[in-house]
Write a protein that binds this ligand. Structure first.
Ligand code: AMP
Ligand code: GLY
Length: 478
């Protein structure tokens, strides 16, 4: 890799590049997949279609969807016990580790498996994040898909992300950070409009408040800084200008030097139709997004992705994995709301539904800094994922309801049912075990065709208290 920051060279959505043809023997790549949600079920489903993939092992085969594809580990996964995991990966000839969620990435699992120089890269370790330099230790896994702990701070520490954006002159909401409640409260009280309040650390997607009054903003500060609802993730808050516009998720594979922008996708975060009700992890998604065209994607790449990766590089941090930029399309241009260091959930389900070619080879090309030679295309048409959520979600999801109609739903052409919050109960029946239960994902020639199929399938599935939005994949914003 070149050390010159300016060397970040985005691949044009390549049509004439050579496909990565490493000519691996069919079935020769054993994969370890970390994570147990709908995103990981979708990744497992697409990886299973890669000719080069042999066994796929998962850390979370309690998810019946994942269990139908992947082998379980023969021990309980504990990411603090990296030594055991390393030995297990070597013994089972794991060639590719795919790390789905942010927690293990921010905790340094990619460093631990990839043999990068970070001896303290374990969740909860008190030491500061080390800068990633490759080649320090022998790798337990030759190819690790997912950024190092240092790079994952882009999601794990919103104050760090703001600093990187400032250094790279990346357009984003104006923000100030505070650790002291009184100072933060005074600042909020001095604002004309209620600002957005964010816990700086990882808070399982719950640490962001978009208040509609100054009082509500102060209440959010109190929950984060005084009541410490998010524990150490709330040691620091960001008080941020509220941006207006249309939100879009942009995903790019990044191998340290090449940025390969994927098709756009968009999720719907509010619980109820018409973007009403509380924020959720996402009630559905569409790919491609209806809101961005190629020109906007080029602009996002030029103004946001490239300078961010370059700014990290100037800090001595190489980013390898998928970078997810949550972007607001404001009248003044695209601005960053947040970075995530993983695929979105449920955006990943719609991306995987249209992914073309050998996913394992693409993830290896990313880990191996060979994206420059890759061609990644998406099947024509569109995909839509409709989330079925549990009663009480997002505040207090109720567990236990038995789910019926799964086979009928899966029989509809173009439909994949991805499991998220499900479990096989003691009677062997599939039941609700979490807030977002299933992601009913369909492809179609047009967005409306994909929507129709996804809803036809979603309507076949029954469980007590099922919550579903009816406007996923439409023009509704939010
Ligand atoms: P985040 O986890 O930072 O993406 O925040 C969750 C959601 O809060 C985003 O998807 C937006 O809908 C909203 N949000 C976050 N930051 C802002 C902002 N500065 N202005 C307006 N909405 C925001
Ligand atoms: N869909 C939002 C997220 O994955 O963070």
């Amino acid at each position: 890799m070149s050390e010159n920051p300016a060397a970040t060279t985005p691949a044009a959505p390549a049509t004439d590049a050579q496909p990565v043809s490493i000519a691996r023997a069919p079935g020769s790549i054993n994969v370890l997949l970390v994570g147990g949600g709908g995103r990981e079920h979708a990744l497992a489903w697409r990886l299973r279609q890669s000719p080069s993939v042999g066994e796929i092992y998962s850390t979370d085969t309690q998810n019946p969807g994942i269990a139908s594809i992947c082998q379980p580990l023969d021990f309980t996964f504990d990411m603090r016990d990296t030594f055991r995991l390393q030995r297990w990966c070597i013994a089972n000839r794991i060639s590719l580790a795919v790390i789905g969620p942010e927690e293990p990435l921010c905790g340094g699992l990619a460093d631990a498996l990839g043999g990068w120089e970070d001896p303290f890269a374990v969740a909860g370790a008190a030491q500061p994040a080390h800068k990633h330099t490759s080649g320090g230790l022998a790798a337990a896994v030759p190819y690790v898909f997912g950024p190092s702990r240092a790079a994952a701070q882009l999601e794990g520490d919103k104050a760090f992300a703001k600093q990187i954006m400032r250094q790279g002159q990346v357009p984003t909401a104006e923000a100030r950070t505070f650790t002291d409640f009184d100072a933060a409260r005074q600042y909020v009280a001095s604002r004309q409009e209620p600002p957005v309040i964010k816990a700086a650390g990882l808070a399982k997607g719950k640490g962001v408040f978009v208040p509609s009054s100054i009082q509500e903003a102060v209440a959010a500060l109190e929950r984060i800084l005084v009541q410490r609802e998010f524990l150490d993730a709330g040691k620091t808050v960001l008080i941020e200008e509220r941006l207006k516009g249309r939100e879009v998720s942009v995903f790019a594979l990044v191998d340290g030097k090449t940025i390969y922008v994927l098709d756009s996708a968009q999720d719907h975060k509010r619980l109820r139709d018409g973007a009403q009700g509380p924020n959720t992890g996402g009630m559905g998604s569409i790919c491609p997004s209806r809101a961005v065209d190629d020109r906007m994607m080029d602009r996002i790449q030029r103004e946001i992705l490239v300078p961010t990766i370059d700014a990290l590089k100037r800090e001595g941090i190489e980013y390898r994995g998928v970078l997810y930029a949550g972007i607001m399309l404001t009248p003044a241009g695209p601005k960053v709301l947040e970075f995530n260091v993983r695929f979105g959930d449920p955006e990943c389900q719609t991306l995987m539904a249209r992914w073309h070619g050998d996913l394992a080879e693409h993830l290896i090309a990313t880990a191996d800094r060979k994206l420059e030679h890759a061609t990644i295309t998406f099947n024509a048409g569109a995909s839509v994922c409709v989330v079925l959520a549990a009663e009480g979600y997002p505040d207090k999801p109720r567990k236990g309801a038995v789910i019926e109609g799964l086979e009928d739903a899966a029989r509809i052409p173009g439909v994949q049912v991805f499991h998220a919050g499900t479990i096989r109960n003691e009677r062997g029946l599939i039941a609700v075990s979490g807030g977002r239960v299933l992601g009913i994902t369909a492809t179609g020639d047009t967005p409306d065709d994909a929507r129709d199929r996804a809803y036809a399938a979603a309507d076949k599935i029954r469980f007590a208290g099922k919550q579903v939005r009816r406007d996923i994949g439409t023009d509704v914003v939010g």
